[in-house]
Each structure stands twice: as structure tokens, then as C-alpha cells.
Design a protein around this ligand. Structure first.
Ligand code: ADP
Length: 261
């Protein structure tokens, strides 16, 4: 469906002739609709833990008042719910910061090899908790791309975190990088050997709030925003994400950095 705004301008005076201008409004309408959907989703996501907290407060005031064990249990749930709201707000802020930040081509040189090792170190705790062994298959020298270091850390933290959370049943995660020479693109791939992603979901998992399985995502402390933040950052870097997955075998997420201009 296309929407046009029409305006008429007279040609000359008293000629009775007009030029009609048709301005295509479809894109503006689509963006308005996306924004409204986003606000509705975000409100719903925040409202769910809040409703649960409100419910537990009521129970603590009433039926559970004198039950020490129930009290402890409910306070723990409330604490988890507030942590969940905090994660959501952090992710929403990340997205909105990325959206308002004016785009400028990155000039900083970032060595992906040391960056990836650093990300691996910072996720060692999660990997251990998930029973996953992270291994690296990186070229020996530095692998430089033009980029914003903090943003790229966020990209690979998200991908590696997802591999540990959703792919933990595979027991291992491999981070590999390839440099096919100065004129070629550089790639980084995060591979897990977990349950994989059914094909019909793959094109949609980078959408905001999209999850393959909402319960698993919640249990894994997911917000549904991680991959949309990844995609946003990569677009700013002129890079792209490709996803390959087979149910029962695992998934690999590859970041392609363009060759230097
Ligand atoms: P979340 O915050 O829920 O983890 P993401 O945007 O990071 O959100 O990911 C979207 C969804 O994609 C997840 O909820 C999960 O269902 C699916 N997903 C992401 N990475 C993997 C993976 N490595 N293996 C299987 N499923 C994955």
C-alpha cells in the first residue's frame, strides 16, 4: 500500500493551470509504525517483570507475611525481576544511543585478535557456568580493521554470549578469524555446536525483541535486543552479519569487515 501527499501549485497567474506534486509518504508511515511497535514492545517487556514484582509485594504483605521461607523465595524472584528490568533498560539505552549518534566513518585501528581474546577472558565465567569451552583459531599476527573498539567489543560479547547461552549443549564454542590479504574482507566467526536455529527463524532473529523461544530466552536472561544491537553497530562499520545454522548441529555467526577503501 502506498501513501502520497498531494499538493497543487498554480502555474502563472490566471492561467488556470496547476502542477500537482505527489510526495511518497509510505516510508515515513512505515517508520512511524515501526516506532509505535517498538514502544509497545518495550513497554510490554518492562511491564511484565513489574507486574510480577507488584504481585509478590502484595503476597508478602498478605498470605506470606509470616512464612520466612516463602518470603526469602519471593524476595529472590523480585531481585531477579529488577535485574531483568535493568538489563532491558541498558539495552534500550544502547540502541537509542546508537540511533542518535551521527554516523562517521571509523578511523581508529582495532586489532581483532587481541579484542577477541579480551572478550573471551571477560566471558570465561559465563562459559564455565554454561559448561562450555571456548577455543580460538586466529591468525598469528594482528588483524586490523577500522572501527570503534567499544562497539566492536559489544558485538563480539553478544555473539559469544549467545553461543555460550543457547549453544551450551554442544560443550564448546570456536572463535575463528580469517584474513585473506589487504584487499580482501576480513571475517570473524563464532561457532557453537548446540541445537541450532530452525531455518524459518533465521531471517528474523536480528529484529528487535524477536526470540526463537521466549521461555528459553528469558531463562537465559535474554532481552531479545542483543542481535539487533549487533546489526546496528555492524551497519555503522560498513560490515555485515551472516548466519548459518542447522538444527541439531549448531550455528555460526560470521562478521564480514569490508576491505579498506
Ligand atoms: P536474547 O537477548 O534473547 O538472547 P538476541 O537478539 O541476542 O536476544 O537473540 C535473539 C534470539 O536468537 C534468541 O532469543 C535465541 O532464540 C536465538 N539465538 C541467538 N543466538 C543463538 C545461538 N547461537 N543458537 C541458537 N539460538 C540463538
Amino acid at each position: 500500500e502506498r501513501v502520497y501527499r498531494v499538493s497543487a501549485m498554480p502555474i502563472g497567474e490566471g492561467t488556470g493551470l496547476f502542477v500537482f506534486l505527489f510526495k511518497d509518504q509510505s516510508e515515513a508511515r512505515r517508520i512511524d509504525r515501526m516506532r509505535a511497535d517498538f514502544i509497545a514492545n518495550a513497554s510490554h517487556e518492562l511491564r511484565t517483570p513489574l507486574a510480577s514484582i507488584a504481585g509478590f509485594i502484595e503476597t508478602l504483605r498478605g498470605p506470606a507475611r509470616d512464612d520466612a521461607q516463602a518470603r526469602e523465595n519471593f524476595l529472590q524472584i523480585m531481585q531477579n525481576q529488577t535485574a531483568r528490568m535493568a538489563r532491558l533498560i541498558d539495552d534500550l539505552l544502547s540502541l537509542s544511543r546508537l540511533e542518535v549518534k551521527p554516523y562517521s566513518a571509523p578511523t581508529e585501528k582495532v586489532d581483532l585478535c587481541s579484542l577477541l581474546q579480551g572478550v573471551g577472558d571477560s566471558l570465561a565465567h559465563l562459559a564455565r557456568e554454561s559448561g562450555v569451552k571456548i577455543t580460538f583459531d586466529l591468525p598469528p599476527g594482528p588483524l586490523e580493521v577500522a572501527g570503534n573498539r567499544d562497539e566492536l567489543v559489544q558485538v563480539f560479547e553478544n555473539l559469544l554470549e549467545n553461543a555460550c547461552k543457547y549453544g551450551s549443549s554442544g560443550g564448546r564454542v570456536v572463535v575463528s578469524a580469517e584474513d585473506a590479504g589487504p584487499e580482501a574482507e576480513k571475517t570473524v566467526t563464532v561457532t557453537d555446536f548446540g541445537p541450532g536455529i530452525p531455518e524459518e527463524h533465521i531471517p528474523r532473529i536480528t529484529e528487535r525483541f524477536y526470540r526463537v523461544d521466549v521461555d528459553t530466552s528469558r531463562a537465559q536472561k535474554g532481552t531479545g535486543l542483543g542481535l539487533s544491537i549487533v546489526k546496528h553497530i555492524l551497519t555503522r562499520h560498513g560490515a555485515r552479519l551472516s548466519i548459518r545454522s542447522r538444527v541439531g548441529e549448531g550455528s555460526s555467526f560470521t562478521v564480514h569487515f569490508p576491505p579498506p577503501a
